[in-house]
Design a protein around this ligand. Structure first.
Ligand code: ATP
Length: 335
């Protein structure tokens, strides 16, 4: 067996490549290369996969990095919320996922479509067939001179695949599923804000998209109406299996979904997962747990409230334990 004296250099460095610094046999090198090639790619089983997404805006020579290497995976069938302070990059991300804007760098894939590689025609088809969106401004979602049912039928008409009767039937089914069958012949100005948003959800679902994106859909509504609109999203998710991503400031919405991802400074920073637990007496309760995102370079954003509570800044002390990593305030001066 030939021994190759390869020391851990640029070609062998990298995550998951332990033991690269010692000598390795050719066989071992081949095994490693095969393992690397056969490893599933990042987010291969996700419906939405954003990989180190960057979006830089330049206005009057000033650069704003709205997304700074954002990673996000969303599985098929999820109903999840995105939260974050104003200016953190939520709308920038939604516009990219909606096919309305193109990232500066990184990779983004939705339902098998590469969002950086689509030409004009593919982008139009993507917006018509793969994603549906609901905006905050109720007036932006609907055409004022069409009835609710006509608004819902319009995307099907633009796609041009179904017969007139099928379109009408599907429009009526969607309005009924969202609990607003009786307003089918009314125009938007004859509807309440909550009814308008529910019609907007039906419009967004008309062509049976893989993903429904909503940017602050309850932002202009009072809390009771907001709840009805959120219930309509839940219904769509449960009945049709549509994957739904909602950007929201609405705490009620954020705490009712199973997964809430927080965006900070153009990156996903932490997420809260909720699951139902049943105790010995059979009582159900919702348990929430907060997680921080570890990116592929090993970077971790600690929540600001945690670092502030312990006065951590610039440098922290680390210790690897058997089943966890300890993070302490910088103690170098005291040692
Ligand atoms: N078209 C643009 N041109 C220049 N800068 C932009 C543009 N769009 C967004 N930005 C900047 O990018 C950053 C992220 O903006 P974005 O609208 O994505 O934030 P957001 O989290 O959606 O905020 P909000 O909750 O207030 O809507 C901000 O600093 C914003 O000023």
């Amino acid at each position: 067996m030939t021994k190759t004296g390869i020391q851990g250099g640029a070609g062998t460095a990298g995550p998951g490549n332990t033991g690269a610094s010692g000598d390795a046999t050719l066989e071992e090198l081949e095994r490693r290369a095969t393992a690397r090639r056969d490893r599933p790619s990042y987010g291969h089983d996700a419906l939405i996969a954003c990989d180190r997404l960057v979006r830089v805006f330049t206005t009057d020579g000033v650069e704003v990095q709205a997304l700074q290497g954002l990673d996000l995976l969303v599985k098929e069938g999820e109903l999840m919320a995105l939260v974050g302070a104003s200016g953190s990059g939520k709308s920038t991300l939604m516009n990219i996922l909606a096919g309305l804007d193109v990232p500066t760098a990184g990779a983004a894939r939705v339902a098998g479509r590469d969002l950086l590689a689509m030409d004009g025609g593919a982008r139009l088809r993507y917006r018509r067939e793969v994603v549906g969106f609901v905006w905050q401004q109720t007036a932006r979602n609907l055409l004022p001179y069409l009835t609710a049912a006509q608004n819902v039928a319009l995307p099907m008409q633009l796609r041009g695949r179904s017969k007139a009767r099928q379109k009408t039937e599907r429009a009526e089914e969607l309005l009924a599923m969202l609990g607003i069958a009786e307003i089918r012949d009314r125009r938007p100005h004859q509807l309440s804000g909550g009814q308008q948003q529910r019609v907007a959800i039906a419009v967004a679902l008309a062509n049976d998209p893989a993903v429904l994106l909503a940017d602050e859909p309850t932002g202009e509504l009072d809390s009771a109406t907001g709840e009805q609109v959120f219930a309509a999203f839940r219904r769509a998710n449960e009945e049709l299996g549509t994957t739904i991503v909602i950007v929201t400031h609405d705490q009620a919405v954020a705490s009712e979904v199973r997964r809430t991802v927080a965006i900070r400074d153009g990156r996903t920073s932490s997420e809260v997962l909720r699951r139902t637990e049943v105790d010995e007496q059979g009582r159900e309760s919702l348990v929430a747990r907060e997680y921080a995102m570890l990116d592929r370079a090993g970077r971790l954003q600690l929540p600001a409230e945690y670092t502030q509570a312990l006065g951590m800044e610039h440098r922290v002390a680390l210790e690897l334990e058997q089943d966890h990593i300890g993070v302490w305030p910088d103690d170098a001066d005291r040692r």
